[in-house]
Ligand binder design. Structure first.
Ligand code: GMT
Length: 380
């Protein structure tokens, strides 16, 4: 197939999922055309099957905000015709599905290119649910030729918010060859030179991630006598609040802020416990990545997280903001190497058996074929 993929290239889990999906599809012999403003971060190399088409935008003084959605639609239509795309697959509904529908409609006399929208999270639960975007998001869902969601939770949220239920659940995935435990890697010695236990958090540091809770947990864990350090991976708007709270608690000497990292698996591979205290999480890709690296997860019992983390088997779940319980659970794990090992192994087991690329990518391919055939039948 010739597949067009659009993602948010620089920020967030949906960009990672879309990029890794494209890379895997190319390895399976499909031609993948990424259409976005810049090369997606996780897409380090292009080859004869992976192409990148940059959305070009003319800037004009009259525009207070440049109309990216229209430039994207134009690029999608141009690429769809030039590369004979079989479908456009967009990740995150807003505004990508609307741009793709516009592109499809603008060229449909020449070539009908079906649109598949994959819902990732706040495009449904937060931004899409806001009255400023709700009607257009619903229209995007109704007009897409196929819609997928990354968790059962997100499908249910789509039904409740948009009264739209034609959604196929295709969960996020992990490549077991890229994510694994590396306890003896030099990075471990670098981060924990005195044998400290490593708590790791990975996010884009938006308010929904509640990254400040990680510092609170570290303070409690250390107060209980554990020689632990916290490694904060990523960057975003809440990072300064985290640093500020770390300073107040006198914890910053025990926190390593490493910023955005190209290879998250390096940090997960040396972690003892992974922290994900989010307020909202439709799936929790970072928790899946941690589990694939045999790291037990301390997370909140919200959204799609209970679909990914098996409570009491691969991690412990708490109510949002229950720092006390999250700290107690972290201490339980840090104080019991056997439990950490068993949870880690179970996490890897779950990650590979339920969410490996081998299992999930064929579901996308089958969905592509079904959607293309449905569109052909409708046109006949
Ligand atoms: O929905 C968002 O906030 C953005 C999105 C992203 O692009 O980062 O995150 C969502 O998609 C990820 C990949 O499918 C999921 O793992 C995250 O749980 C989800 N984030 C939220 O629901 C807050």
């Amino acid at each position: 197939m010739n597949i067009g993929i659009t993602v948010y290239p620089t920020y967030g889990g949906s960009g990672i999922v879309g990029s890794e999906l494209g890379r895997d599809l190319a390895e399976r012999g499909h031609n993948v055309h990424f259409i976005s403003s810049v090369l997606p971060t996780r897409l380090t190399e292009l080859n004869e099957r992976i192409h990148f088409h940059e959305v070009e935008m003319m800037s004009y003084a009259l525009f207070e905000h440049q109309p990216y959605d229209l430039a994207l639609a134009t690029k999608m239509a141009t690429v769809a015709r030039a590369e004979k795309l079989d479908l456009l697959h967009v990740h995150y509904a807003i505004p990508h599905s609307i741009s793709a529908i516009l592109a499809r409609e603008s060229i449909k006399q020449k070539r009908y290119v079906p649109v598949i929208t994959t819902l990732h999270g706040t495009d449904i639960t937060l931004v899409g649910a806001d009255r400023s975007y709700l009607p257009i998001t619903r229209y995007g869902l109704q007009q897409s030729d196929g819609v997928t969601a990354v968790s059962k939770f997100l499908k249910q949220a789509t039904i409740e918010t948009f009264d739209f239920d034609d959604v196929e659940v295709i969960p996020n995935f992990i490549c077991g060859k890229h994510y694994f435990r590396t306890p003896d890697a030099p990075l471990r010695k670098e981060l924990a030179p005195n044998g400290e236990r490593l708590l790791v958090h990975v996010s884009n540091f938006r308010a929904v991630k509640r990254a400040v809770d990680c510092v609170e947990i570290l303070a409690k864990v250390r107060a209980a006598g554990e020689n632990a350090k916290l490694v904060m991976v990523g960057d975003g708007p809440e990072l300064s609040a985290v640093r500020y709270r770390g300073e107040q608690l006198g914890m910053n000497g025990n926190v390593v802020y490493v910023g955005k990292q190209a290879n998250i698996a390096d940090y997960l591979g040396v972690a003892d416990v992974f922290l994900l205290p989010s307020e909202l999480e439709s799936f929790g890709l970072a928790a899946l990545e941690a589990q694939a690296c045999e790291v037990p997860v301390i997370a909140t019992r919200i959204g799609g997280i209970p679909e990914v983390v098996n409570e009491g088997e691969s991690g412990f779940l708490s109510d949002v903001g229950d720092i006390e319980k999250m700290s107690v659970d972290t201490l339980k794990l840090l104080g019991n190497e056997e439990m950490r090992r068993t949870f880690g192994e179970r996490g890897r087991d779950l990650a590979i058996s339920r969410y490996s690329t081998e299992k999930i990518i064929p579901q996308y391919i089958a969905f592509y074929e079904k959607t293309i055939n449905k569109a052909k039948t409708a046109a006949a």
